[in-house]
Design a protein around this ligand. Sequence first.
Ligand SMILES: [Ca+2]
Ligand SMILES: [Ca+2]
Ligand SMILES: [Ca+2]
Ligand SMILES: [Ca+2]
Length: 306
Amino acid sequence: MRSLTLPRAPALVAVGWILLCCVSCSDDQQFGPIEGAGSPPILFTSDRDGNLNIFMMGSDGSDPIRLTAHEADDFSADWHTDGYGHTIAFMSPRDGDHEVFAMRTTGRWLQQLTDNGGRDGFPRWSPDGSQILFTSDRDGNLELYLMDADGANPRRLTRNPGEDIGGAWSPDGSKIAFASSRGWSREVYVMSVDGSSLVQLTNNEAFEIGRVVWSPDGSRIAFEANDFGNADVYLVNADGSNEVRLTDHPADDRFPVWSPDGRQLGFTSHRDGDGEIYVMQADGTGLVRLTYSPGLDMIDSWLRSR
Ligand SMILES: [Ca+2]
Ligand SMILES: [Ca+2]
Ligand SMILES: [Ca+2]
Ligand SMILES: [Ca+2]
């Protein structure tokens, strides 16, 4: 006799796949699929659509794709790549104060990694993807923290009344460079990943240093420094020697990011009005403008850059 019903087990499997699809599809907006080796390599934040959202685009500024569309401001994204594609971490005040979130670049698998009344943000993946470095004022002033990539096991790395911000991993994952106002001015410091072995790298009392980024070969550190109201991009060797100024424009030049080959630096400048993304050679020459959007555009991360 011919069966009139589907065998029980395959039917359950089919229902399971449908449910799985619905659950994953409802996680967040989708703008994919865009995962894979051909993904545009630059992550950036822009308010071109009304509020701050995370975008990606080619290294020549081509084909911008929006990754988030939440009414809260999403910004400061970094990404980690594994065998399944790219995961981005970013910060957003979606629950009323700032938290760190992560999701696939498809928009799927949105996770809230921090849940704390403080301002938690500026996430940076460890080179092996197992941990995320972030900044928080949950203990009273800005400090650097580590957590596992799923948000578990948060632990504090700095303990100082000064502001500790802008953390960056060394390419081998053993050290963290950051900016701290623990002294007379905000300077670049380097410490081991457990918070020990602190070394002060720069000593420019007139500077207020912001984002700090480590070159892919580990030899140099780029940073932004605000010198009497004018931010510019600087470079220093990882041992503190040979500090040089790469930009020299009366407008603010901020948020340096290394290209994966270490030959270029991306940064954000207000020299053309409202915040655009630029790329230059690591010696400061060969400036190219990548964005022409009305509104603020800020470079966050260049794929595989630390
Ligand atoms: Ca928070
Ligand atoms: Ca502090
Ligand atoms: Ca400047
Ligand atoms: Ca713009």
